[in-house]
Write a protein of this length. Structure first.
Lengths: 234, 270
């Protein structure tokens, strides 16, 4: 296992070296994925809750579509956003292609269905438990929404983390819409692809270990936060 | 507001505010180019020299030549530097570009497992080498991605009078680097541009088996995009880049670039 030995020492050297280029790549990865998660969560949490509470024609179809879009191939999301943002496309005049904003848009499309679909499921279960209670308080569905979302918060934290995991791990979409431009749109995952194509496997794997470490740190932070809040608030 | 929500919102806001600062308006052009120029490190060596001289940043999107043409056709790149002379001339003839110019050249090489099962080491011409691979039905890894290298490879098979196909001929649909990784993994013959090969680290059993035939010449050209078709592009800045590549300074910068002591690109602007 010489390769992985090298990769671990490479990863260690990368972290200890605090190389400016690497810091830039890490910062961009976090910035893009966290922004995408925030935007997707702001849209998908209410959407999921609404789907759980309201009954209307076409509701089942929307749920099925959301569920299947959880498996949307990143490269398809990337291609779609590329065609939209390309100068020849409908949103071309904004000049967003090959910028971090384009990567955020692609990632939002990827993770919005995940957060919305899982939120719907969680809120629907909770609603089943509390329905009579909430109705006896005379709450309208619109008033129930924030209450149920709040009560489901610990489960929803995991849902949002699942979205973040998908965003930080994918490469197909950001490669196409970002272009992997050095210093502008090069992220952890696209840098890994680049180093692999140069045959520099230890560095590629080393970057992978750094990425995994970062994601683990964020998840650990979220876990500790959730546990502390759960204990305090009962 | 609850703590978990607060922290999440804070994280998100941090992301957004950072996002706002990153969009500084700098003088830059977007260059669609090939993986061979990027992966070998050429751009890292010459672009800073151009930026010092002109105060223009060059952002490189490195893809296969086919995709680079498509990006330029759609108006998503200010300039184009690829290696498919026939394709470049067609691009200009179709009205997407105003002119193309020779910038530099290197050559393709044929690589394969060190024990050379098809015996191409002593072949006289590249046609002969390819015919021997086909006769021996030795595994051959092809890019299969409509890149400049793939197009050149197909021309060579045609010249050798072989229609490659069957078990032994594997179209990977991948870039040069991934194709070399795969060829190394399955002990296959493969054609690569010399620049990517010299800079490539994961060689395993792969060795350079055939080189030097004139038919393996690999010309790179810079193409100027037509301002009338895509008026929004930064044609003034792109023109400075194009002219710099062809200038004495640009040509010297290309000649000075070496990897492992080897010069990889030979400037030949007229």
């Amino acid at each position: 296992m010489t390769v992985s030995d090298n990769a671990f020492s490479t990863a260690l050297a990368l972290i200890l070296g605090l190389d400016d280029t690497l810091l830039g790549i890490v910062a961009l990865s976090l910035r893009v994925s966290l922004t995408a998660v925030l935007i997707a969560a702001l849209l998908a949490l209410p959407l999921g809750a609404a789907l759980a509470l309201w009954r209307f024609p076409g509701r089942s179809a929307i749920i099925v579509v959301l569920n299947s879009f959880m498996g949307l191939p990143p490269v398809v999301a990337g291609l779609t956003v590329y065609l939209l943002l390309s100068r020849a496309g409908p949103l071309g005049e904004f000049g967003l292609l090959f910028t971090p904003s384009a990567m955020v848009v692609a990632q939002v499309i990827l993770i919005l269905p995940i957060i919305a679909a899982l939120t719907r499921q969680q809120v629907e279960e909770l609603h089943g438990e509390y329905r009579e209670q909430l109705q006896s308080l005379g709450l309208s569905r619109r008033r129930m929404m924030p209450t149920l979302l709040w009560d489901a918060r610990f489960g929803l934290l995991t849902v949002v983390l699942a979205g973040f995991g998908r965003a930080s791990a994918e490469v197909g979409a950001v490669m196409i819409v970002g272009g992997n431009i050095d210093g502008v749109t090069r992220m952890m995952t696209t840098a890994i692809v680049l180093e692999t194509s140069k045959g520099n496997l230890p560095l590629a794997l080393g970057l992978g270990i750094v990425l995994l470490g970062l994601v683990t740190l964020i998840n650990a932070g979220a876990y500790v936060m959730g546990e502390t809040a759960r204990r305090r608030l009962g | 507001m609850p703590k978990a929500g607060l922290a999440l919102a804070a994280l998100g806001l941090m992301g957004l505010s950072l996002g706002a600062t990153a969009q500084d308006e700098a003088r830059f052009i977007t260059l669609a180019s090939t993986t061979s120029t990027e992966n070998s490190g050429l751009f890292d060596a010459i672009i800073p020299q151009f930026t010092d001289a002109s105060d223009i940043e060059v952002r490189v999107v490195a893809v296969g030549t086919g995709q680079a043409f498509e990006i330029a056709r759609r108006g998503d790149a200010d300039s184009l530097l690829v290696h498919d002379t026939a394709g470049e001339e067609r691009f200009v003839a179709e009205g997407y570009g105003t002119e193309r110019a020779d910038v530099m050249a290197n050559d393709f090489v044929i690589l394969g497992p060190g024990d050379d099962p098809a015996g191409i080491r002593d072949a006289e011409t590249v046609e002969e080498a390819l015919s021997r691979i086909a006769e021996a039905e030795a595994p051959f890894a092809s890019r299969g991605d409509d890149s400049g290298t793939h197009r050149a490879e197909l021309h060579l098979w045609e010249a050798a009078g072989v229609a490659p196909g069957g078990e032994w001929y594997r179209e990977l649909g991948s870039g040069m680097g991934p194709t070399l990784n795969t060829a190394a993994g399955m002990d296959a013959y493969v054609m690569a541009d010399r620049a990517t090969w010299v800079a490539f680290d994961n060689r395993q059993n792969l060795e350079l088996l055939f080189e030097g035939d004139e038919a393996l010449f690999n010309q790179y050209g810079s193409v100027r995009i037509d301002p009338e078709r895509h008026p929004h592009l930064k044609h003034d800045l792109a023109e400075q880049w194009h002219d710099w590549l062809l200038s004495d300074e640009g040509q010297q910068a290309i000649a000075d670039f070496t990897v492992k002591g080897q010069q990889l690109f030979f400037p030949n602007a007229k």
